[in-house]
Ligand binder design. Structure first.
Ligand code: FAD
Length: 379
């Protein structure tokens, strides 16, 4: 499908990104999957080449590019299944909190490192007892003079091992419900902040997902992002881009899975004919191609609306509810079309299929998206 939203400058940027990923990242990725972590050096190289936070203005260390540069980075990483080096999470989901709600002093302190890859970020919302129900978090950040004293436990935190700066979602007022939630930045090395388990997952093996522990962790009041008690509003505001980025990840993975499967099915001969030529398989491929095309059209229209500053809450929730589920359907059928080879690690479809699974869970589950859409439809 010809896409009209990219200009020549984006295409040139994408070409250099592709070359970089194919030379510097893809050849090492399998080893990182075995190691269970992406080396810092890879993040640094991404930063060095302008592939982290490309939208940051010059004074914060970026080139001040538009959102389409972020789109290109997300698409190229996820088309290659490079889930572990989850730059879109750092660049387009977490760093925007600092940029939008941080003080000038905080921005000057942290953003240049975010762009260069020397300051990796994480956002810690989820806790062992609560994920979807964010207002029920138990982590507290209680004011004591010039500090907040943070206590609590977070889990499933991406970039949880490598992160240098964690935006902790905590209650600064335990009696105010969601109005008592604030965002407090905790730097690595702060006494009382430690990493728990590096979690073993079904997929995304090179992505460092971890538990974080805060025990009487004293954080300067100057590390509060924005206004105390506004954390929940900030999250609601930024979750739209998060859902868009997650949908883009799933869309690119679905496109990659279809492409690799079409290639395989045209080459693999059974009963004297290519697998793709059996009508059942042709229909299956055609159905997937059609749904993937629909997903692409939908996402591209959302990118345009998002860049124009429109409220995309309802439609992006629909995209997040539908496209990761589509990627999972595609994963299932593509493995099936590969036969036994689809279950073998040496074929990329195997990893893609297990890596696609989680996108319908993080950044708001399919069910939570449907709750939001239903509410917005007045149901
Ligand atoms: C690999 C990975 C990376 C992650 N990275 C991060 C991160 O960086 N930072 C972070 O804070 N969190 C992160 N998460 C956590 C993720 O956001 C949560 O797992 C997700 O929000 C779901 O929460 P939960 O796991 O507690 O499930 P629960 O909230 O316990 O949900 C269980 C089930 O109930 C369903 N459900 C929930 N509410 C409703 C409802 N109202 N109606 C119907 N069904 C409902 C859910 O859809 C789900 O199927 C990550 C998770 C994973 C797996």
């Amino acid at each position: 499908m010809e896409r009209t939203l990219f200009k020549e400058e984006h295409i040139i940027f994408r070409d250099s990104l592709k070359k970089f990923l194919d030379k510097e990242i893809s050849p090492q990725f399998e080893q990182w999957e075995k190691d269970g972590i992406v080396p810092r050096e890879a993040w640094r190289k991404m930063g060095e080449n302008g592939f982290l936070c490309p939208w940051l203005e010059g004074k914060y260390g970026g080139p001040g590019a538009d959102f389409l540069y972020s789109v290109a980075i997300c698409e190229e990483l996820f088309y290659r299944g490079i889930t572990g080096l989850v730059a879109p999470l750092h660049s387009d989901i977490i760093v925007p909190y600092i940029h939008s709600f941080g003080s000038e002093e905080q921005k000057m302190k942290w953003l240049p490192g975010c762009a260069s890859g020397s300051t990796l970020t994480a956002i810690a919302m989820t806790e062992p007892n609560t994920g979807s129900d964010l207002a029920a978090i138990r982590t507290t950040a209680i004011r004591d003079g010039d500090h907040y004293v943070v206590n609590g436990q977070k889990t499933f935190i991406s970039i949880g091992i490598l992160s240098d700066l964690v935006i902790v979602v905590a209650k600064t007022d335990t009696k105010a419900g969601y109005k008592g939630i604030s965002l407090v930045c905790v730097e690595a090395g702060t006494p009382g902040f430690s990493r728990g388990r590096h979690l073993e997952k079904m997929g995304w093996h090179s992505q460092d997902t971890a538990e974080l522990v805060f025990e009487d962790c004293r954080v300067p009041v100057s590390n509060l992002l924005g206004v105390e008690g506004k954390g929940f509003y900030y999250l609601m505001q930024k979750l739209q881009q998060e859902r868009l980025v997650a949908s883009m990840m799933a869309q690119s993975m679905a496109e990659a899975m279809l492409d690799m499967t079409v290639k395989y099915c045209k080459e693999r001969m059974i009963f004297g004919s290519p697998v793709s030529s059996f009508q059942h398989n042709t229909f299956k491929i055609v159905e997937m191609a059609t749904e993937i095309e629909l997903g692409r059209t939908f996402i591209d229209s959302l990118i345009v609306d998002h860049m124009a500053g429109k409220d995309i809450t309802k439609k992006v929730s629909m995209a997040k509810a539908w496209i990761p589920e589509l990627a999972n359907r595609v994963a299932y059928h593509c493995v099936q079309l590969h036969g036994g080879y689809g279950y073998m690690e040496e074929y990329p479809i195997c990893r893609f299929a297990r890596d696609a699974r989680v996108i319908s869970i993080f950044a708001g589950t399919t069910e939570v998206m449907k709750v939001i859409i239903g509410r917005m439809m007045g149901l």
